[in-house]
Design a protein around this ligand. Structure first.
Ligand SMILES: Cc1cc2nc3c(=O)[nH]c(=O)nc-3n(C[C@H](O)[C@H](O)[C@H](O)COP(=O)(O)OP(=O)(O)OC[C@H]3O[C@@H](n4cnc5c(N)ncnc54)[C@H](O)[C@@H]3O)c2cc1C
Length: 397
């Protein structure tokens, strides 16, 4: 496969190659999980990552010299679309999409050789330690500290809402290494193995019954000083670089189309089962409006992709796309919930252990509806995104 596709013909051939690969290489049992709207487990993610890695496609967004594909942004977008169209799992974002690119951009050669190969082959599973009790939207107020002691940093404090910490091997975390007049200036980014003594992970069970959120406590945790990325006190630059990537993942839009397809099927099935007993026209109308917005999100992403391809500034696009995607995801799951109806809701509430994906299809859609409530909070709330858009377009107050 060439590094960059040339012209539309090149992109079309690229799409066909991906299509053949997705259908031939992704295990049917994993595709069935994705198609049903169930949660992909760590083991399934890792298996798919190993298959992609063996093909040389383990890191679509990384440069070739670090084991990536060297694809341009349009190829990466096509990759996400084709994978979603064929019910393949998304890439596990914390390693490949978040900290990997930060290490590539800001890390030392030693850090690159220690951490990147283990992300590529799926052996390390990362989580993000940014938020703390009282420091979410106002992240610069964080207070978890790291003091230098010989060749180590010693960490004390607490992180919260840490997705997947209970099954991760590594955490990338923002810590305060000094107190400066400008709060952002005393923050550093540290990479910490989660089996280090002094770390305690406690579960937070969310409204959908799933356990993926956690609190993580640090009590005199020693980590080697050369696990700090970039200069001490310059972690804010890395954090911003990472957050911009978090808000503009092509996967979000491609996966939205997958959800639209799934919800359309749920509505069709429910209409068929309840034919003559319920009126589905208003559900279909809402579905049509959501479909128009999914297309709109795709257009916006196309424009952003084009801007990246031609090195033009992105401006407010990541925030607008995040706002739109989280809103449409909530509306789609709400349509699915209305389609499956109160009987399924009752079954869900009666079942207190939903760890293993919830069983039957209606139960899954109630879980998905509940999980989608978090979409307007995780990765920066909608209110904060609107502030970003308003400040950029109208200027600071
Ligand atoms: C499902 C999920 C997964 C997450 N995973 C992770 C993770 O892996 N790692 C991690 O570090 N964090 C994670 N988070 C945390 C997430 O980043 C924070 O919840 C988010 O940034 C909001 O912070 P907060 O919860 O402290 O709310 P707050 O910042 O206290 O906000 C409370 C309310 O006030 C509003 N608000 C705050 N500031 C402003 C403002 N300036 N203008 C207008 N309104 C404002 C908010 O919009 C919100 O409605 C996750 C959260 C969720 C829900």
């Amino acid at each position: 496969m060439q590094d960059t596709a040339q012209g539309e013909g090149g992109y079309a051939a690229f799409r066909r190659e991906l299509q053949d690969f997705a259908q031939g290489a992704c295990p049917p049992e994993i595709r069935a999980v994705v198609a049903a709207g169930q949660k992909v487990t760590k083991r399934e993610y890792q298996r798919w990552q190993q298959i992609l890695h063996a093909k040389g496609w383990g890191a679509p967004s990384w440069p070739r010299e670090h084991g990536g594909t060297g694809w341009d942004v349009k190829q990466r977008l096509i990759f996400e679309e084709v994978m979603a169209e064929n019910d393949c799992p998304p890439l596990y974002h914390h390693g490949l999409g978040h900290i990997g690119p930060v290490i590539i951009r800001f890390g030392t050669p030693d850090q690159k050789s220690r951490f990147l190969p283990r992300i590529l082959d799926g052996s390390d599973w990362w989580c993000q330690g940014y938020s703390e009790p009282g420091s979410g939207s106002d992240l610069a107020s964080l207070s978890t500290s790291a003091r230098l002691d010989g060749d180590d940093y010693v960490i004390n404090g607490q992180k919260t809402w840490t997705s997947h910490a209970h099954e991760a091997s590594m955490i990338y975390m923002l810590v305060r290494t000094s107190k400066e007049a400008r709060r952002q200036d005393g923050i550093s980014l540290l990479l910490v193995p989660l089996d280090t003594p002094g770390i305690t992970v406690r579960p937070i069970r969310s409204i959908d019954g799933w356990h993926h959120l956690n609190e993580v406590f640090f009590d005199e945790v020693r980590v080697r000083a050369d696990n700090l990325i970039g200069e001490p006190g310059r972690g804010w630059t890395c954090a911003k670089f990472l957050l911009e990537r978090e808000r503009l993942p092509p996967a979000n839009v491609a996966r939205l189309e997958l959800v639209r397809r799934q919800v359309t099927r749920i509505v069709d099935e429910a209409a068929h089962a309840g034919a003559g007993q319920r009126d589905f026209s208003s559900l279909r109308y809402r579905l049509m409006l959501a479909e128009a917005d999914v297309k709109g999100a795709r257009e916006l992403l196309g424009e952003a992709t084009d801007a990246l391809l031609h090195q033009r500034p992105l401006g407010v696009q990541p925030s607008v796309i995040k706002l739109l995607c989280s809103d449409v995801a909530q509306r789609l799951t709400s349509i699915a919930l209305d389609a499956v109806g109160p009987t399924a809701a009752h079954r869900f509430l009666a079942d207190t252990n939903m760890d293993d994906d919830g069983g039957d299809s209606p139960g899954i859609w109630i879980q998905n509806y509940m999980f989608s409530r978090a979409r307007t909070i995780a990765g920066g709330t909608s209110e904060v995104q609107r502030n970003v858009v308003a400040t950029e377009l109208l200027g600071a107050a």
